[in-house]
Design a protein around this ligand. Sequence first.
Ligand SMILES: [Zn+2]
Ligand SMILES: [Zn+2]
Ligand SMILES: [Zn+2]
Length: 121
Amino acid sequence: MTGQQREVGGVTVYGVDVDPCTRCRHWHGDNDVIALRFACCDQWFCCFDCHQALADHVPAVWPQGRRDVKAVLCGACGHSLRIDEYLACDSTCPACGAAFNPGCARHYHLYFEVDEADYGR
Ligand SMILES: [Zn+2]
Ligand SMILES: [Zn+2]
Ligand SMILES: [Zn+2]
């Protein structure tokens, strides 16, 4: 299981070939530096596919009523963002200014319960 987990920002992040900025085999561009905490197991993973590969259960999303949970980790600085902070951050880490992949917006529904109002901010 080497390369499947790493300490980042004080939490353990699981991922396939996880790097020090929480990139993984699936998402390894310069700005693919966020990890996500899953509602099902309260564990951090690099991405949805890493959860599929490494967890033994069906993933769950955070309900809209839990937007106060810190469920997004900036792999560049180790800061964790609340879900509402992340959805409003305009793909930039509020702590260190690192750029996040704006394409992640297409995958909100894999992690969070969302509605139309959450897209295109
Ligand atoms: Zn899980
Ligand atoms: Zn991954
Ligand atoms: Zn940051």
